[in-house]
Design a protein around this ligand. Sequence first.
Ligand code: NAD
Ligand code: ISE
Length: 327
Amino acid sequence: MTVAIGVIGTGMIGTSHIRRITGSLSGARISAVTDADLAVAKQVAEDLPDAEVFDTGQALIGSGRVDAVLVTSWGPTHEEFVLAAIAAGKPVFCEKPLATTADACRRIIAAEVAADRRLVQVGFMRRYDAAYRRLKAEIESGALGAPLIYYSAHRNPAVPSTYTREMAIVDTAVHDFDIARWLLGEELVAIRVVPAKPNSLGNGLQDPLLMIVETESGALVNVETSVNIRYGYDIRGEAVGEKGTATLAGPARVPADWRERFTPAFDTELQEWIDAIASGAEPAGPSSWDGYAATVVCDAGVKSLDTLDRVPVVLGAKPALYERSVR
Ligand code: NAD
Ligand code: ISE
């Protein structure tokens, strides 16, 4: 079966995913596209002979031309499209964040649990990166002893003028929260944000930030976001255990941006998603619960940025649906 994918949001990452699906991946085709700016969607469709342009995301999701939905629009629009895809019984891959508020994520979880079927996968692509997978295997081998601290540096060369103070947490550190949960196999339970001396190249942005995040077992995750670092896109990680440490292997030279750093991870995440749909399996990648957990940490982080206090992260009970498919 060739999976017919409809894409909602043909901006930067939407077109990048379209190119990988049509250029380097197998088993899928782009059958539909839409964008809030229809002229952009039409332009993208010119290179996609099989794709129909839809006026809205809702119309695209409802179309018989679409087997599965790829949501790559702006974060605040994700909830509406993910809920519509669940209602239509169609698998949906949603770029991070799953949704921008914890309540919106809860509504998605409620809809998926009611469907009693995993239909949603969230775009936390770091889980598919070879270096992160090696680091996880090393932690899980027990060679380091119990993990005590995980250092996670997330450095962007620059950000657009539309990037706000909170985005260092909700748009950037959200990846670090997810990867720390995945590497350590634990939920995050509290966060404290500490702003550093501002980078004078940051146009008044509160940048860099340090975040001290606590896990259920009492281990610490130390996240650094620096989004005006200029020299490149530098992603670092180090796990400190009771009797050893392990470092996230980096590329030979610092990449220019997130696309260059994570291209193989994006390829693997989407290929595995396509393969699961083609075989009728539930997606095995990051779930709605993972998207929710990361968003709740972000909410607490934004509160801490405002108050400089330690803010607890309260998740509530995890539905059984999400116990059966953690990769
Ligand atoms: P972008 O602004 O380049 O593209 C978003 C597109 O969505 C725009 O063309 C916009 O017109 C369209 N859009 C907005 N609202 C819409 C609606 N209601 N219906 C249809 N289209 C709509 O942004 P981007 O950088 O491509 O980011 C898109 C999403 O991908 C964001 O959630 C972002 O956080 C995520 N992202 C993830 C990664 C990653 O590393 N996984 C990297 C970049 C972006
Ligand atoms: C962007 O949206 C991403 O998701 C990138 O992976 C991240 O590094 C960047 O900070 C975000 O703005």
